[in-house]
Design a binder for this molecule. Structure first.
Ligand code: ZN
Length: 189
């Protein structure tokens, strides 16, 4: 079922989300919720989505990038469900990622992101996993993880970098495509 995406101003987007116990995770209702979260992400063409974006202050997010019309230049990323994730930065380096958010209509802005991270989380069945994520995809994981701490991308942006989606397409998309290509060339994703 496609769920309604919460919009900026809804206090759930500013909550410090809570961890999910193994018992809760294994409940059929929670498995259905995760299916719905994935379906909602796909329906909205998001690169990722986090539980508070559908009204639940829970530490769960999903990342998946495949032929994405919202971000045609993003490298593909397989579907990953992260429960109770922890992100560790593996380099001091940062790059500027031009981000948007399903919960913030018609706004994009540049956000500094770490291009080399380790993600530790539970998968949807409660199995712990660890993954190194790099480059642009690492930025997507950090954006989703921020949602679990009540942080939205404009909190981390220089407001002077803000652009509507129309202005972005007109003025910045070619440059961004170029810088994304350079990041992917350096980091592999
Ligand atoms: Zn978002």
């Amino acid at each position: 079922m496609v769920l309604e995406v919460t919009q900026i101003g809804n206090p759930v987007l500013r909550e410090d989300c809570r961890e999910i116990s193994l018992e809760e995770l294994r409940m059929p209702e929670m498995q259905q919720f995760i299916d719905d979260l994935i379906e909602t992400k796909r329906d909205a063409n998001g690169a990722g989505i986090a539980a508070p974006q559908v009204g639940k202050p829970w530490r769960i997010f999903v990342v998946e990038v495949k032929n994405n019309p919202r971000y045609p230049y993003k490298p593909e990323a397989d579907l990953t469900v992260c429960v109770n994730p922890e992100i560790e930065f593996l380099t001091e380096e940062r790059y500027l990622n031009f981000e948007g958010c399903l919960s913030i209509p018609d706004l994009r802005g540049k956000v500094p992101r770490c291009p080399h991270i380790r993600v530790r989380a539970l998968d949807r069945h409660g199995e712990p996993f660890e993954r190194i994520v790099k480059g642009i995809t690492a930025g997507t994981f950090q954006h989703e993880d921020d949602h679990l701490n009540g942080i939205l991308f404009p909190d981390r942006s220089d407001p002077k970098s803000f652009a509507s989606w129309g202005e972005f397409a007109k003025r910045y998309e070619d440059d961004v495509r170029e810088s994304v290509t350079a990041i992917v060339a350096e980091w592999g994703e």
